[in-house]
Design a protein around this ligand. Structure first.
Ligand code: SF4
Length: 272
C-alpha cells in the first residue's frame, strides 16, 4: 500500500469516528511554563500494565473537538484561595475537554478524565492513565485498582477526599496500552499545570510511568522507592501501581513501607 493511500484510509477512519479537525502540534518546549528538572527525557517503558477490557471506538463530541491554547501563564498557586484554585482547575478542565492533541485517544475516549479531590490537598497521588472504568465514569482510580488505592489512602488514616488524584494522561489509551512518548509529551503541560494549581507538599507516583514522567528518571521502581525525590519543591514518593498489586499481592508490604515513610514525613502518626 502506498503512503498516500494509507494516509487517505487513516483520515477516512478518523472521520468516521467523528474527528474532523487535526491540530498542528506545537513544540512542547513552547508550552511549558517552567523548565522541568534536568535529566533524561520522559521514558514510557515500564513493568506494570493496567488491567481491563478493550473499549471500542466512540464518537467524538464535535462541539469540543477544537484546539485551544493551553493555560500556562497563570501565577504560581501558593497564595491562591480554595475558590481561586477551583476556578483555575475548572478553566484547565475546560481546555482538557476540548483537547484533541492525541488523535487515537480522542477517537476512542468516552470522555476526558481530569482529576479529583481536594484542591488544597497536601498530598497528590499521580497515576498513569484512565482505564475502562475511569473512561466510563470520568474520574481517575474508580475501578478495582482505584478501590485498592482507597484502601491505601485509608491505611494512611486519610480519606480519598483529603487528597488529590490525577494521571499522566487525561484520555484512555485503547486496550489500556502504555501511553506513547508522544501522548505523554502532549499531556505534560496539562498535568504540570494541574499540579502547579494544587501545589502539594507531597506526591506519590504510582508505577514507573508516573515516576518516569514526573521525575524524568528511567529507573525501575525498586531503585526509586524507599527515599524522597523532588518535583519543584514537592517531596515525591515512588511506589507500585495498585493494578500491579492486584496481580502481585506480595508487593503490598513494600507499598506499606513507602506509605509509612510518607506518613512520618507528613507528621501523621503511623499505626503500630
Ligand atoms: S491525553 Fe492529554 S494531550 Fe492527549 S488528547 Fe487527552 S487531554 Fe489532550
Amino acid at each position: 500500500m502506498d503512503l498516500a493511500r494509507a494516509l487517505r484510509q487513516k483520515l477516512e477512519c478518523l472521520q468516521q469516528v467523528g474527528v474532523d479537525f487535526i491540530p498542528k502540534i506545537k513544540p512542547v518546549d513552547a508550552l511549558l511554563s517552567k523548565p522541568s528538572s534536568p535529566g533524561e527525557q520522559p521514558v514510557i517503558e515500564h513493568a506494570e500494565s493496567r488491567s481491563g477490557p478493550t473499549v471500542n471506538s466512540n464518537p467524538v463530541d464535535r462541539t469540543t473537538a477544537v484546539q485551544r491554547p493551553l493555560l500556562l501563564d497563570s501565577p504560581p498557586s501558593d497564595n491562591l484561595t480554595r475558590e481561586e484554585r477551583i476556578k483555575a482547575l475548572d478553566g484547565l478542565n475546560a481546555q482538557v475537554k476540548a483537547c484533541t492533541r492525541c488523535l487515537e485517544l480522542v477517537a476512542n475516549r468516552t470522555q476526558t478524565v481530569f482529576g479529583v479531590g481536594n484542591p488544597m490537598a497536601r498530598l497528590c497521588f499521580f497515576g498513569e492513565a484512565p482505564g475502562a472504568d475511569e473512561d466510563a465514569q470520568g474520574e481517575p482510580f474508580v475501578g478495582r485498582a482505584g478501590q485498592l488505592l482507597n484502601k491505601i489512602i485509608e491505611a494512611c488514616t486519610l480519606k480519598r477526599e483529603d487528597v488529590y488524584i490525577l494521571n499522566v494522561l487525561r484520555c484512555r489509551p485503547p486496550g489500556n496500552r502504555n501511553p506513547t512518548l508522544e501522548e505523554a509529551t502532549n499531556c505534560r503541560p496539562l498535568f504540570e499545570r494541574q499540579i502547579e494549581i494544587i501545589n502539594p507538599e507531597f506526591i506519590v507516583c504510582l508505577g514507573s510511568i508516573a515516576a518516569s514522567n514526573l521525575l524524568n528518571q528511567n529507573l525501575a521502581i525498586g531503585k526509586l522507592r524507599g527515599r524522597f525525590h523532588d518535583y519543584r519543591g514537592a517531596k515525591v514518593v515512588v511506589t507500585y501501581h495498585p493494578a500491579y498489586l492486584l496481580r502481585n499481592p506480595a508487593a503490598k508490604k513494600y507499598v506499606w513501607d513507602d506509605m509509612k515513610m510518607l506518613m512520618r514525613e507528613m507528621g501523621i502518626p503511623v499505626p503500630a
